[in-house]
Design a protein around this ligand. Structure first.
Ligand code: ADP
Ligand code: MG
Ligand code: MG
Length: 875
């Protein structure tokens, strides 16, 4: 088993084995770009390490060979006292996890070799600067000592020497710090910093393997659904030095703007600095155009390499480079992380530049990010109190209460609060805080700092490098000018402009970008599935139509009963003692329902509108029993004589009690209501057809589809279909032929799916209500499962995903397949679709496509997502 591949032996196709960084370093080497020589220890070795809890046999021998290869190319020797070879030991997983795992630079320095390095480079302070960096990183990565201990010592030293910048520390200063660093390691780890370079290398490789399982890497994997078994590779590479003087530097370059997608080079660099300095946000770096002035030749070489890489990979690249004595080296390239907005723009632009095909552009769209695009921005009309401006690192606006550490952010979010995470700089350990925050604000660090990269990846608004604010995490406050903002105070950030605002802000709906419209158009040309929306009001319907819905797949009529004005009438209807009484309440509701339907039909003119008759149990519309009882108690205490009010209250309590159900989800609801109280459904059907008539008069084309919920036996649908036809005939009279309505049913009870053959003759369509169908197939009550045992199940990987989010193909999916097949066996043209929340989720949409459903229906804002996912399913 070969565990080590040098960069000439690898290529992009070997990503699984070499990790992304290793495969890309190999690819760049083979293409002839200036990459410092090195080799990769495979992810196989990492898995072997985890199985045996020690490095596999023979690995260190292969590593020694690899080092020999570098020595030959560099004409230097590892551990040599005169002119020592130094290497970096870099993590690199299969799926990119920026900054989540560990890397050690300058490995190979000891008390002896550091002297050699100083002589060979003729630069003593540089050599000791490298050495102190190595000891800190080694202490942190190998011995697990928090960086803060080292940073405090550095801070102290700089104060003593009265210098601001790291570069101004003298060799003597570094030597003093190195002694303190070594003591720090001995104090915390009870071990000394190894003086044998081969020990250093072995310990570093093991530590990088271990970093696969550090907390932040685990969190990142969970969020991004990266399998735990993948493991990381380790790259060992000759060091090049960006900290060797003013003709040196290090930087990061995106071939396009990762925030907006604009085709302009976007990057940052620092002169006289080493690797981590840029991404860690220690110093705020310079924009890449400055490099053009400072090192014009390096800049133009960089630009041409950037172009070459983009064409080679056919995607926007995120490049790490270092300049040593005016010579450019490439240290990494990968497909760059980007915002949803940028992703779309880049996709569309690459098609227009003839670099990728339409199909490829569609396939590259990460649909889960799409709905963020439609998220609100700050209303330009709103009055806002801007106190500072930082870098616009990730667009979108957010308001929340200020918190100053990731743990507090997590606690607050768990308590249902909205928070903005405010840090002086973030490091990857803050990821769990970023995850729950509405947005991130930092006072230091550039556009390519970890905070910015991660926020963009998650689609969170982020403002960074905002040096106008002073963050004091210990005091839990920040200052901006003469203002002080404390933990819990409301602030807002605008990640598109970098503005920091006191208080909450008025948000405004975003417009669809030209690129989104284009991508959706391409998707429509490809997909087979139709996309409908769930909408209960004319406004929602109009929004859905604007976003491309081809009809309404679910209009829930119960929402129309909930308004303050209508609820009393609905309650009177429910509490009615006689049919006459009930009918009089229903007569009041009828014109209201009719107006709702007219509005929706008009908004959806020419498109199908599926209306579901009343579904929830009636007691959901009644006051809460506990509230009534406590009101009654108060009344009895206060009043000495019985009042009419008290009588009425007692009657109400009796009624509410009598309607109580132990298990409402399985109780008197859905079509069962329609059968027990036909007058309710009759009113709704009448309202629908009266609305149809009104629309016909106005010349609006209407395609109503009436949907009966919760059917489990064909006879239920048979009876209710007769009711619909009967009412339709009475209302429509002579217009019957100009209104081709449909009657169908929801399939949301397993028995209905199983007996689809018997149900289909009465149904023009089946709409799978996958929320209920999932509840009933698993036997999980959704309200009792989510956030409770279901979360445990998913955490323990007992279930691959929450079945209420991702449709369960094996069980629920099988019922759907079977119902479609059995239904169509008696009615080949039966229209089928889903209207549960799954209709807006990519995996579930793929399932619907594969099962041959006609449509998915989802919430209006998910319609764009569904249009693209449906196209991806077809490709
Ligand atoms: P990450 O995955 O966190 O980006 P890297 O392995 O890319 O970690 O290393 C971080 C930084 O260290 C790089 O951006 C680069 O600037 C620097 N670095 C890594 N290897 C070398 C090297 N051989 N020579 C000089 N700098 C290096
Ligand atoms: Mg990197
Ligand atoms: Mg249902």
């Amino acid at each position: 088993n070969k565990y080590v591949f040098n960069f000439q032996e690898g290529n992009l196709g070997m990503k699984r084995l070499l990790g992304g960084k290793g495969a890309n370093l190999a690819e760049m080497t083979v293409v002839g770009l200036p990459v410092p020589p090195g080799f990769t220890v495979t992810t196989d070795a990492c898995r072997a390490y985890y199985n045996a809890l020690s490095l596999p046999d023979g690995l260190m021998k292969e590593v020694a060979n690899g080092v020999k290869g570098i020595e030959l190319q560099k004409s230097q020797l590892f551990g040599n006292a005169e002119d020592p070879l130094l290497v970096s030991v870099r993590s690199g997983s299969v799926s990119s996890m920026p900054g989540m795992m560990d890397t050690i630079l300058n490995l190979g320095l000891t008390d002896i070799t550091v002297v050699g390095l100083a002589k060979a480079t003729n630069n003593v302070s540089f050599a000791y600067d490298c050495y102190r960096r190595l000891i800190q990183m080694f202490g942190n990565v190998v011995f697990g000592i928090e960086s803060i201990y080292f940073e405090k010592l550095l801070h102290q030293l700089k104060r003593e020497l009265q210098v601001e910048q790291d570069q101004d520390v003298t060799a003597e200063g570094w030597k003093q710090l190195i002694l303190q660093f070594k003591a720090c390691i001995e104090r915390h780890a009870r071990k000394s910093f190894p003086q044998d370079v081969n020990d250093q290398l072995k310990l570093a490789i093991e530590a990088v393997f271990r970093s696969w399982n550090n907390h932040r890497a685990q969190v990142y994997r969970r969020i991004n659904q990266i399998p735990d078994e993948q493991g990381t590779a380790v790259n060992i590479q000759a060091m090049v030095f960006g900290n060797l003087g003013q003709d040196c530097g290090t930087g990061v370059l995106f071939t396009r703007n990762p925030s907006t997608g604009a085709k302009v080079l976007f990057g940052e660099y620092l002169t006289n600095a080493q690797g981590e300095d840029v991404v860690a946000g220690v110093r705020t770096p310079l924009p890449i155009n400055e490099l053009q002035k400072e090192m014009p030749e390096v800049y133009s070489r960089l630009v041409s390499i950037a172009e070459q890489l983009e064409l080679h990979y056919r995607d926007m690249q995120d490049i790490e480079f270092t300049v040593e004595k005016n010579k450019l080296y490439m240290l990494q390239t990968r497909n760059g992380k980007r915002t949803a907005q940028a992703a779309l723009k880049i996709g569309v632009d690459l098609v227009r530049e003839n670099i990728i095909s339409v199909e490829e552009a569609l396939q590259r769209v990460e649909v889960s990010h799409l709905d963020m695009l439609l998220h609100p921005t700050i209303d330009p009309e709103a009055k806002i109190d801007v106190v500072a401006t930082g870098l616009p690192a990730s667009p979108g606006a957010a308001s929340g209460q200020a918190v100053f550490d990731a743990d507090t952010a997590e606690q607050c979010a768990r308590a249902g609060k909205k928070v903005i995470l405010v840090r002086s700089e973030t490091n990857p350990e803050d990821i769990h805080g970023v995850l729950v925050a509405e947005g991130v604000l930092t006072s230091r660090g550039g556009m390519t700092s970890h905070a910015a990269v991660i926020a963009r990846g998650m689609g969170k608004p982020c403002v960074c490098g905002c040096d106008e604010i002073g963050v004091d995490a210990e005091a839990k406050q920040f200052t901006a000018g003469d203002r002080t903002i404390n933990e819990g105070d409301w602030i807002s950030i605008d990640g598109a402009t970098g503005r920091v605002i006191i208080g909450m802000v008025q948000l405004k709906e975003a417009d669809m970008s030209e690129e989104l419209v284009q991508m959706l158009e391409w998707a429509d040309g490809v997909r087979q599935l139709q996309v409908f929306a769930n909408a209960d009001s004319p406004e929602d319907a109009a929004k859905a139509r604007e976003l491309g819905a081809q009809g309404i797949g679910l209009c829930r009529t119960e929402h129309m009963f909930m308004s303050a004005q209508r609820l009393p009438i609905v309650q009177a209807m429910i509490l009615a003692e006689s049919l006459v009484e009930r009918q009089s309440a229903l007569n009041k509701l009828l014109p209201m329902q009719q107006a709702d339907f007219e509005g929706i039909f008009t908004a959806m003119a020419g498109l199908p509108v599926t209306i579901r008759l009343l579904d929830p149990p009636l007691h959901e519309f009644l006051p809460n029993l506990e509230d009534l009882v406590s009101r009654h108690i108060r009344m009895t205490i206060q009043e000495t004589e019985r009042s009419a009010e008290q009588d009425a209250l007692e009657k109400l309590i009796r009624k509410v009690r009598s309607m109580h159900e132990t298990n409402p989800m399985l109780g008197q609801r859905g079509c069962r209501l329609g059968i027990l109280f036909p007058e309710i459904y009759e009113m709704q059907i009448e309202a629908i057809f009266r609305a149809v008539l009104r629309c016909l008069e106005k010349g609006v084309t209407v395609l109503p589809e009436i949907m009966i919920p919760l059917v489990s036996h064909a006879n239920e649908l048979k009876i209710l279909r007769e009711l619909v036809d009967h009412v339709a005939e009475q209302v429509l009279l002579t217009h019957k032929n100009s209104c081709p309505y449909k009657v169908g049913t929801m399939i949301e009870v397993p028995r209905a799916a199983l007996t689809a053959k018997k149900i289909a003759p009465y149904a023009d369509f089946f709409s799978f209500g996958t929320n209920d169908l999932t509840q009933m197939t698993f036997g999980y009550s959704r309200d009792d499962a989510e956030g409770k045992f279901l979360t445990q199940y998913v955490d323990q990987k007992l279930l691959a995903a929450n079945p209420f989010q991702v449709l369960d193909r094996d069980g629920v999916g099988q019922l759907i397949e079977l119902a479609v097949e059995r239904g169509r066996s008696v009615k080949p043209k039966l229209k089928t679709g889903i209207c549960g929340e799954h209709g807006g989720e990519r995996e579930s949409i793929f399932f619907c496509h594969e099962t041959g459903l006609n449509y998915v229906s989802c919430s209006p804002y998910r319609v764009p997502l569904a249009r693209i996912a449906a196209a991806q399913a077809k490709l």
